[in-house]
Write a protein that binds this ligand. Structure first.
Ligand code: BMA
Length: 342
C-alpha cells in the first residue's frame, strides 16, 4: 500500500520554505524605506553639493557604517563615513572628509575618488575598499585596506582607465583574490573578473557578464552594484544596466547568479530589471533617473538585505529585500542569456 503523505507529515522546514516563497510572489523585490532619502546634503556637517553612492558594512559592534561619495562644491568627490546604530537614522557623520583624493602621491586621483564598494575579508581581518579614482586618463579602479575607516593602506590604481564599478570577493578563489570590475573596451562596457596572488598584481582577466544589445534595458553598458552576496546557491549579484534615451540615461538594477568556485560562470540572469527610478528623489536630482547601490548589509535573520543606493546622484536612500525572494525570482527565469541573444 502506498503511504499517503499529508502536509503535516512533511518536515516543517519544507512547508515553511514553500510558504515563504509563496509570500514572495507578487511582492516587489525591493521596498523603499518610507522616510527616504536617509542622507542628503542638509545632514552634512560641512558644506557640500551632494552625497550619494555609499559603500556599506555592518561593523563588529553592530553599527552600520556607510562610506559615502560626497561631491564638494568644486565638483570633486571624496569619501566620508556615516555611522548609525540602526542603519536608518541618527547618523554620526565624520566632521571632515574620511578619505580624500591624494593627487600628490596618487596622480590617478586628481579629479577625486568615487563610488566605494566595501568587502570584509576574514583572512586579512580588514575591509577592502574598491573605489573609482578619476584623472585625465578617465576613471580607474583603486584599492585600499582599512580596519577602522579612520586610517587606510592605499594600494593605488589596480585597474587602469577606463575601468570602474569594482568590488573584491571576500575570499580567495582557487588560491587567488578575485576582483569584479567594468572596463570599457572595444568589446563594450561589460563586467569582468580578474585574479591576483597579492592584491597588487592582477591577471587572468575574464568576461563575467556582457551587456545585452538593442532594445534591452541593460543594453550596451552594465556594471556591478553592491558587492556580491555569497549564498549556498552561488554569488548573488545586483548589477546596473544603463538605457540610453533621447533625454539621457536611465540607471536600473538587475539580478544574476554566479558559480561559487568559478564566479566567471553565470548560472542565472533575470530578463527584466528588479528596481528602477520611480520615486521623486530618484527621478530628479543632479542626474535624473538614477538608482545606484554601492553597498548592503544583511539582517540578523541572514535573509533581509538593507540596500543603500544613491538616488539621482544627490542623496542616499534605503530599500529592503530578501535573499530568498531574489533567488526564488531568479529560479523563475531561464538560465543565462546565450551570447547570440545578447
Ligand atoms: C556612473 C557613475 C556613478 C553615477 C552614475 C550616474 O557612470 O559615475 O557614480 O552615479 O554614472 O550619473
Amino acid at each position: 500500500m502506498n503511504p499517503t503523505i499529508s502536509p503535516a507529515d512533511l518536515p516543517e522546514s519544507i512547508t515553511q520554505e514553500q510558504e515563504n516563497l509563496q509570500a514572495c510572489v507578487n511582492q516587489p523585490l525591493f521596498t523603499r524605506y518610507s522616510a527616504n532619502p536617509i542622507l542628503s546634503r542638509e545632514h552634512w556637517p560641512y558644506p557640500i553639493n551632494s552625497v550619494f553612492n555609499a559603500g556599506a558594512v555592518l561593523m563588529p559592534e553592530g553599527e552600520t557604517l556607510l562610506l559615502c561619495r560626497v561631491e564638494d562644491r568644486s565638483g570633486i568627490s571624496h569619501l566620508c563615513a556615516a555611522r548609525s546604530a540602526n542603519g536608518i537614522d541618527s547618523w554620526h557623520i565624520d566632521p571632515k572628509p574620511t578619505l580624500m583624493a591624494n593627487p600628490a602621491e596618487y596622480p590617478e586621483e586628481i579629479w577625486g575618488i568615487e563610488d566605494p564598494r566595501i568587502t570584509y575579508v576574514p583572512e586579512l581581518d580588514q575591509y577592502a575598499v574598491a573605489y573609482t579614482s578619476f584623472a585625465r586618463g578617465g576613471p580607474g579602479v583603486s584599492l585600499a585596506l582599512t580596519r577602522d575607516f579612520r586610517s587606510f593602506e592605499r594600494f593605488g590604481v589596480v585597474m587602469s582607465p577606463e575601468d570602474k564599478d569594482a568590488a573584491l570577493l571576500p575570499r580567495r578563489i582557487g588560491g587567488r583574490w578575485a576582483l569584479i570590475h567594468r572596463p570599457v573596451t572595444t568589446l563594450g562596457a561589460h563586467m569582468w573578473i580578474s585574479y591576483s596572488p597579492d592584491l597588487r598584481h592582477w591577471g587572468s582577466h575574464t568576461i563575467m557578464m556582457e551587456a545585452r544589445r538593442g532594445g534591452w534595458w541593460d543594453a550596451n553598458k552594465i556594471g556591478l552594484c553592491s558587492p556580491p552576496i555569497e549564498t549556498s546557491r552561488g554569488w548573488l549579484v545586483i548589477y546596473h544596466g544603463v538605457r540610453q534615451t533621447a533625454s539621457g540615461s536611465i540607471y536600473r538594477m538587475g539580478l544574476a547568479l554566479f558559480d561559487l568556485e568559478n564566479p566567471a560562470v553565470c548560472l542565472r540572469r533575470g530578463d527584466s530589471w528588479i528596481f528602477g527610478p520611480e520615486a521623486p528623489y530618484e527621478r530628479g536630482g543632479d542626474v535624473k533617473d538614477v538608482v545606484f547601490p554601492c553597498g548592503q548589509t544583511i539582517g540578523e535573520d541572514g535573509d533581509t538585505i538593507h540596500l543603500y543606493y544613491g538616488a539621482g546622484d544627490s542623496c542616499v536612500a534605503l530599500a529592503t529585500g530578501s535573499i530568498r525572494c531574489l533567488l526564488g525570482w531568479l529560479d523563475s527565469h531561464p538560465g543565462p542569456v546565450k551570447a547570440g541573444n545578447l
